[in-house]
Design a protein. Structure first.
Length: 125
């Protein structure tokens, strides 16, 4: 063993213990608290929003009017596994990925405007 390594080991063995080394749980509390705050403010709401979006995508059906992430509004003509065919004009049909659908739009006849529809709760058997 080299003399430098031996002297370093002797210094480390003789070093007095610090108060922080005796109480490591007190150092972990702020870190755990920040982790919990991060989870409840960022991760949990994102997970909830992702589940809500996936439920909306799973409930797409023929006849729904949808808005894509590119801003195109069209009527669902066909729903496949990972693709949706939209009719955007009389003789114009476009095929999109299901993930490109941003929201389902309902036309409010009384007010003349559009509004996003909340996805229905999946029925459990």
């Amino acid at each position: 063993m080299s003399p430098l390594l031996a002297s370093l080991l002797m210094v480390l063995q003789d070093a007095p213990t610090t108060e922080a080394a005796e109480k490591p749980p007190s150092l972990w509390f702020p870190l755990l608290a920040m982790g919990a705050i991060f989870y409840f403010l960022l991760i949990a709401p994102e997970r909830k929003q992702r589940k809500k979006r996936q439920a909306m995508l799973d409930q797409l059906k023929k006849g729904d009017e949808v808005l894509t992430t590119g801003g195109i509004i069209g009527k669902v003509i066909e729903v496949r596994d990972e693709r949706v065919v939209l009719q955007v004009a009389d003789n114009t049909r476009l095929t999109f990925s299901r993930q490109a659908v941003q929201t389902v739009v309902l036309v409010d006849a009384e007010k003349g405007g559009d509004k996003a529809r909340e996805p229905e709760k999946p029925k459990k058997a």
